[in-house]
Design a protein around this ligand. Sequence first.
Ligand SMILES: [Zn+2]
Length: 257
Amino acid sequence: MKIITLPCSFDNYSYLIICEETGTAAVVDPAEYYPVSCAVASAGVQLRAVYCTHHHADHIGGLDDLREEFPDLDIYGHQVDRRRIPGFNSPLTDGGTVRIGRITGQAIHTPGHTSGSICYLFGTDLFTGDTLFGAGCGRLFEGTPQQMHEALNSLVRNLPPATKVYFGHEYTAHNLKFARFVEPGNKAGEARRELVEEQRARGQATTPSTLAAEVATNPFLRCGEEEIIRTVAEKFFGEDLDPLSVFAALRRLKDVF
Ligand SMILES: [Zn+2]
């Protein structure tokens, strides 16, 4: 299996997943048509499927033109998005299987950013859309803090730390500034900021990261940490400080950061 990262639009990432044995491919979140079509042509593969992590326009912007070029595409997403994704024909629910060539993957329903948000897992490669970012998480447009908190923690609970995280936007540098704001004493966060600064200065993507790196530096996965709890207590004096309340407070702080 080969993964090609495709920077699209302003800061979106699409990903081409290739089964090298069969020369077939699928694209995760075709944000734009041209980068995907060009990558398919230059890899010399047949595009068979689209895996949508959710219905937002910046993740499906290339879909109409791709359907014209490849009329037989299987277009996957969560079944609640069936009327919100053009050409939708392959509904998924939690645990559903997807196949491209000889590669098998699994849909993990992770509601929070939207009600139908899905992460796709292929072996140790996880495509998270706008659910889990480098050092951050998606805004809560259609879900509750509880849903997102549970979705993120279930990924950490159920998947190995070495799992690679392929996220939907290049937000990592800004997210790490927020991470420093809420947890200035986190050494791993400091090291990651330096690394990300170097990567961005060279024009490199910060995707993929790993679940281990996220657990070490992503404040939304660190809601039980003393320093984060203290920051939240200062900003939201008097609130309950269980991990879910800390998560909800962090998300509200980040919305205006
Ligand atoms: Zn989105």
